[in-house]
Structures are given as C-alpha cells and as structure tokens.
Design a protein around this ligand. Structure first.
Ligand code: ATP
Length: 244
C-alpha cells in the first residue's frame, strides 16, 4: 500500500520550553481522504495542526521529539511559508480573515504563493461553491460568522493545496450553517481531490464526513478507527456523541 500523504510520528510539543502539550502523538492521513481529529477542550488538537503547518513557531512552541512527514519528506524545521508552498494550508480556528479587506482581497491572499495564471479562474471556482461571497462586496469584517467561515475555506482553496488543515469549522455557527459548511467540505474533497485533516468538537458532524478518525486526550491518541467504528463505539457515544 502507498505511504500516507501526511504522517505524524510520535511527536512531543513544548511551549515556551516548559509546557508539554503533545506527548507522543502519531497519526496518518492517506491521500484523498477526510480524517477527523476529535477530543475535548485542551486535548491538544489545535497544537497538532500548528505542529504540521509550522505555525507553532509563531507561538513559541517547538517539536522536541518525533517528526512530521509530508509526501515522505520531513517537515519539522520548515517555516510556515515553505510548508504552504509544499501544499499544506491551514484554515485557522476563529477564521482569522482580514476584517478590513474585501472578500475578494482575502481570497487573493490565499493565492500568495502561486505564480500560475489560474488564480482568476479559481476565484470563480470559489464563487461557485460559495455564491454568497460573490454578492458581498463590502469589507469581510461585516460578514456573518458562517460567511466568514466560508471565506476562510475559500481562501484555503485559492492556495490549491494538497492538504487542508481545518480547525473547528463548526465553531460559532448555527446548526443549519454547520450542515452547509460540512456539505461543502465533503464536496471540495470529492471534486478537487484535496485531502483534509479536520479538527472538531462536533464529533457527530466530523464523523459524518470523515472516513477515519482519531480521538485525543491529554496530548495523545487514545482511540482510532474508521468513522463507522468510532460512531459505533460505546465510549465515543457516551463522551463525544452526547449519548445519542
Ligand atoms: P481547544 O479545542 O480548546 O482549542 P485543543 O484540543 O485544540 O483545545 P490546544 O489549543 O492545542 O487544545 O491546547 C492544548 C494545551 O496547550 C492547553 O492546555 C493550552 O492551554 C496549551 N497551549 C495552547 N497554546 C499555547 C501557547 N501558545 N502557550 C502555552 N500553552 C499553550
């Protein structure tokens, strides 16, 4: 079988030289799939994504053991920009769109590493997935929470990445909007073949689109399996699926 597109091997992450947050975390993300990373508040999910995207460095975090490999290459020491150029793009938690720029300007920012001529076509592609973004010509700061999330995903699509890291796309959205955003995540995966590592508190939604999932507690994976296996697991049902 082919090696996974992304592989995280036994990493340890420390913030400010003292706070140990990841304690030997391992996971694999095969090409073309959606993989969910689940767990309670503070388990270390966001830290895992930042360790992959290189953003850890901007918060005084460091991988002190283990490695992150992408397409078979070790990524640990690279800067965030290099990691984007190699094909990994992170959609940040809380969306982090630029409030005093327009939607279009935000989308163009996603393409900052590209030199090809396909950028204009890709803006039209993003508008086909998110028609509302085309109608909103004002500043992005005035968009609703759901629209900002759409813009953040659209901006990631503009980078034409191989792998998108998504941090809590459901956060702060109404149930209806959550459904809409997840349906688009699934479509993007299917249509563009982009691989997705999805961090979520909403385990039910995440397992409905993912093929495989990992459950983290205190900086480690404590359980993993196919989405169907996890959705059927008694502990997962009790602790993460609200007894449903
Ligand atoms: P949440 O869903 O609440 O974001 P999470 O599973 O994503 O939780 P992380 O955000 O990765 O968890 O945080 C894991 C632990 O690391 C927490 O105890 C947090 O306080 C700590 N932590 C996160 N960022 C930093 C930082 N920049 N400096 C120091 N400690 C941090």
């Amino acid at each position: 079988t082919a090696p996974p597109l992304l592989s995280v091997n036994n990493i340890e992450v420390v913030y400010n030289d003292v706070i140990l947050v990841l304690r030997g975390l391992s996971l694999n993300v095969p090409e073309g799939q959606i993989v969910a990373l689940l767990g309670a508040n503070g388990a270390g999910k966001s830290t895992t994504l930042k360790a992959i995207s290189g953003l850890l460095k901007t918060e005084d975090g460091e991988i002190t053991r283990g490695d992150v490999t992408f397409k078979g290459e070790r990524m640990n020491a690279l800067d965030p920009g290099d990691i984007v150029r190699r094909g990994i793009f992170q959609v940040m938690e809380g969306r982090r769109i630029i409030a005093d720029m327009t939607c279009l300007e935000n989308l163009k920012l996603g393409a900052f590493t590209r030199k090809d001529k396909g950028v204009a076509d890709d803006i039209e592609m993003v508008y086909r997935y998110f028609p509302r973004l085309k109608e909103r010509t004002g500043l992005a700061g005035y968009l609703s929470g759901g629209e900002q999330q759409m813009l953040a995903i659209g901006r990631a699509m503009m980078a034409r990445p191989k792998l998108i890291l998504m941090d809590e796309p459901s956060m702060g959205l109404s149930p209806l909007m959550v459904k809409e955003v997840f349906s688009i995540i699934k479509q993007i995966n299917r249509d563009l073949g982009v691989t997705i590592l999805l961090v979520e508190q909403n385990a039910r939604m995440a397992l409905s689109v993912a093929s495989y999932g990992y459950i983290m507690e205190q900086g480690k994976v404590v359980l993993d399996g196919t989405a169907a296996e996890l959705a059927d697991n008694e502990d997962v049902k009790e602790f993460y699926l609200g007894g449903g």
